[in-house]
Design a protein. Structure first.
Length: 152
């Protein structure tokens, strides 16, 4: 069993806040929001979507709550891999580029989470296209299903 899979199997999922980021108008950038659509059916009180509310509005409030020990960011990223590849890491390096312009950059989210002595994890899906008003690619759509399966 990989360390990533065992990480998600060995924690109390109720202590996890899933922040799903993205933009449906930019093809594969919708990946995080598609995961949110599916994940909220499984964990209705643990999934927070950038589509429903600006992340800066609810991020600090959620991180401050004692019930959440783990903050998992789910987003489309570019880490120079094959489209649809999944990266799960707590280390944001220079090789990982965010696709969307978020009101709070992922690196800053990580620092806020760490300052509150909570665990940070990024689940990134490698994009193929961020064409404006384009459809999500089959590789990235398949990856969204894999992420939901991993987290359920």
């Amino acid at each position: 069993m990989s360390p990533t899979i065992s990480f998600f199997q060995n924690i109390d999922i109720e202590s996890v806040a899933f922040f799903c980021l993205g933009n449906r108008d930019r093809s594969d950038d919708a990946a995080g929001l598609i995961v949110a659509d599916k994940l909220v059916k499984i964990y209705p009180t643990n999934v927070f979507s950038e589509e429903l509310e600006d992340i800066s509005t609810f991020l600090v409030d959620i991180i401050e709550k004692d019930i959440y020990e783990y903050i998992v960011i789910i987003d489309a990223v570019d880490f120079n891999a094959h489209p649809g590849s999944i990266l799960i890491t707590s280390d944001i390096s220079d090789e990982i580029s965010s696709i969307s312009t978020h009101t709070i950059p992922i690196n800053q989210i990580k620092e806020i989470v760490k300052s509150k002595q909570k665990q940070f994890v990024l689940v990134g899906i490698q994009v193929k296209s961020v064409k404006f008003m384009g459809e999500i690619t089959k590789e990235v759509l398949r990856a969204t299903n894999e992420v939901v399966e991993l987290l359920s």
